[in-house]
Design a protein around this ligand. Sequence first.
Ligand code: NAD
Ligand code: MLT
Length: 530
Amino acid sequence: MTEKILVADGVSAWGVEILQQEYEVVERPQLTAEELAATIGDYVAIVVRSATRLTADVLAKATRLRVIGRAGVGVDNIDIPAATKRGIVVLNAPNGNTNAATEHALALMLALARRIPEADASLRAGRWERAHLVGLELKGRTLGVLGLGRIGTGVALRAQAFGMDVIAYDPFLTAERAAQLGVRKGTLAEVLAAADFLTLHLPLTDDTRGLINRQTIAAMKDGVRIINAARGACIVVDDLVEALRSGKVAGAALDVFPTEPLAADSPLTTLPQVVLTPHLGASTVEAQEGVAVDVARGILQALRGEVVPAALNVAPIAPELMPILTPYFPLARALGNLAVGLAQEPIRMLTVEYTGELVAPDTRAVTTTAVQGLLNPILQEQVNQVNAAALAAERGIEVREVKSARLGAYHQALAVEITTAEQTHRLVGVLTDGEPYVVEIDAYDIRFAPRGQLLLVPHDDCPGMIGKIGTALGEAGVNIRSMQVGQTAKAGKNIMAIGVDRTVTPALRRTLEAIAGVDAVSVISGEGRI
Ligand code: NAD
Ligand code: MLT
């Protein structure tokens, strides 16, 4: 079946064309939730804006889906934990519409201050009401900004050019950054109390839902004007309507609503001091091209298995770290894979230990790859960089990272250790000319390239062991590709790492284990999906 991408909300043709270079693209805007659930199983990627809701129920039907691309910033319409659990990359296009939304917030503030929609409607109705339609100036007034991220910052800087004093509340804003922007940093209460105009640039989260309500409005100045081009549900609309009717809030300019489209009979539409636009913040030609192109490129990168900077549920890798970390991915996956083969009971902890050039960098992506190697052979579901950590946690496996000055004899190596209730197994690997090699298994020194099907066979160090094992494999029609014998300080013990060209059946494994002098046989599947 051809791999297809669904464009579920209207996006610019520029983005669609990029996707069409590699995939069949189906554009079906305005699908109902039922239609979406019925069809999503056909697609490997989906492009949405804010209208399409990707709930856990819908995602449960998305059996082929590998990527969700949000052409825009807000991802409150996507159940990210559900997508993560299913190994689906979620990415957005956070920068493409920043300027458009910034300018729209300013347009709303100016329209509100100078009563432009009201004046326009009055003139069209044949009236000339200069005395009635008096506005007020921004200069000298205080702008309160809630959320000083990309758009909040853009609005704050432009408001300063209008001569406004800007005070902002953002729990993640440092005093240095505020000073650099010429913005006063305030608490929520301070911002509410100081603002003549209050503008929201918050994400919709549990903390920000309903943030503007009867209580917070009571803490504002009488005659405050409120602008919201962020997310509608940050404001309790009934409380705002009540405050507009009483005059506590002199005006509001809203681009976003808790339920979209806004109902035609919403009380907001009856209030002349309210300016309304239908979620147009990002609706400029430039922004729509920008987000569509960004999201299309991100989707293709993710489908190719490349690192996607805009991915929201994958550990990020700084571009300068890519050449350092990339060669360690196959090694980490192989060590995880070997470790699970050695475990004879449920794994409680996985520790990935780094030394040398891996001590300083953020190595979470390598650790996640070791988790992938560990879980892939034992789980039916696809394990990837997105869901590996969540799946490990779900199975009660604690994942730890340790940075060490050296690993035994090695200054430049990676170790994977697993702990079960009764046992600990430790494997050390190195890169030689960029190729992964296993150099230690538990107490044994060994050296082999971890490729394909492998058998690990600890055994007594006595004559004839290689012959007996080789004969048993040969009689079962299994060809030996490679064989290395490890050494240990433990008297009388050895380990064989045997590369084989055929699957070792449970019956053959039992035959091998029954050979006198063989301690155990671990069959390593060599499965290593990325
Ligand atoms: P951003 O992530 O750059 O900024 C959000 C800021 O809010 C961050 O600085 C964060 O620290 C801050 N924040 C988070 N929780 C907070 C809290 N509880 N209290 C105060 N501050 C908090 O996002 P952005 O690109 O600036 O977008 C802001 C909002 O605008 C988002 O909701 C986005 O979806 C929306 N948006 C709307 C349109 C539109 O068409 N109307 C277009 C683009 C973006
Ligand atoms: C966003 O979060 O990017 C905006 O709400 C714009 C959009 O919905 O496209």
